[in-house]
Design a protein around this ligand. Structure first.
Ligand code: SF4
Length: 326
């Protein structure tokens, strides 16, 4: 296609993007457009910390400021090495195992947004530790549901990943038997352990479509009453929908976040399907500027545990490169 035609197409796509952002149905983030209308940068509104993670990080920062010491978090407060290292330098230590927690006899321990089971609270109390609970309220709600339903005579099924700390925490609030279902195969081979009615809940970050699918399979298999409570948090769904929508229009896409963050990995996969030039950025130094084609529409998205400062660094660089406005 001749260059002039390409430019015309880019201009038209940017006009389309502008309209999309004005409508604000899916693309609700920030948009910068070049004066000549041939370059644009879109930064996803959902990029970065979700409500629960922000709340947990703010809790720890608040404790540091108040001069409390020593401070521990039970597990890394978020899946981001930069943030965890920074907090370590400010005197916050991470406790990785229940064994380590059992040895701890003094200090303040922050429970992160994933939450923990009842027995962990009991252990901390027995050891005389000061507990600061930063469990996300959406996760806490699931704890209450499974506890209440268990007491009311239900058998609980958790749809999610058995090894995920959030699911371990939810299991820790179940009264009686509970089963975790993670795969299609597990759903298909599910057998109730009792003849009680079932209560099905979900890990907050589980895929909505898969959740409905698994519920239907379990419903068909089980002769018991089934109470279904969709406990999926829409922060993940919103982030993925926004990332997919901008990646579809973008010429270059940046997905920012830590390599151990599964939600950032998932975002990268979603964007890569829509936009071939999708780049995973863990740290600002990862950006190999010679390889990145800064042209046309550039999109930015980031995982739930990506600090704002990193998103801003990448965003500033893009604005310098594409828009030459900084
Ligand atoms: S993803 Fe949702 S449930 Fe999980 S911490 Fe964030 S806001 Fe809370």
């Amino acid at each position: 296609m001749p260059d002039s035609e390409n430019l015309l197409r880019t201009r038209e796509r940017i006009v389309e993007l502008k309209k999309e952002v004005e409508r604000g149905t899916v693309l609700k983030g920030d948009l910068w457009v070049c004066e000549d209308g041939l370059g644009a940068l879109y930064q996803a509104k959902s990029a970065g910390f979700c409500f629960g993670v922000q709340r947990a990080v703010d809790t720890v920062l608040g404790l540091i400021q108040s001069g409390v010491a020593p401070i521990y978090t039970y597990g890394p407060i978020i899946h981001n090495e930069i943030v965890v290292k920074d907090l370590e330098e400010k005197g916050v230590s991470v406790i990785y195992t229940q064994g380590e927690l059992e040895q701890l006899k003094e200090g303040t321990v922050v429970i992160r947004s994933h939450g923990v089971g009842r027995e962990v609270y009991c252990l901390m109390e027995a050891n005389g530790l000061h507990i600061v609970d930063a469990t996300c309220p959406f996760v806490r709600k699931i704890h209450r549901i499974v506890e209440e339903k268990g007491k009311a005579g239900y058998e609980v099924v958790i749809i999610g990943s058995a090894s995920h700390p959030e699911v371990e925490g939810i299991k820790g609030w179940c009264v009686g038997e509970a089963t975790v279902v993670e795969t299609l195969q597990e759903a298909a081979s599910f057998t109730p352990k009792t003849d009680k009615p079932l209560c099905i809940v979900s890990q907050t970050t589980f895929n909505l479509k898969k959740f409905h699918n698994f519920v239907e399979i379990i419903r068909k298999l089980s002769y018991h009453d089934v109470a279904v409570l969709n406990t999926i948090c829409n922060a993940t769904e919103e982030r993925q929908t926004e990332a997919r929508s901008i990646a579809r229009l973008a010429d270059t896409m940046f997905v920012i976040g830590g390599k151990h963050s599964s939600n950032t990995q998932k975002l990268y996969e979603i964007c890569r399907k829509e936009c071939e030039d999708t780049f995973f950025v863990q740290a600002f130094d990862d950006l190999n500027l010679r390889l990145v084609p800064f042209r046309g529409i550039v999109g930015i998205s980031a995982g739930a545990s990506t600090p704002n400062i990193l998103i801003e660094e990448v965003s500033n660089l893009c604005r310098k490169k594409i828009l030459r406005i900084l």
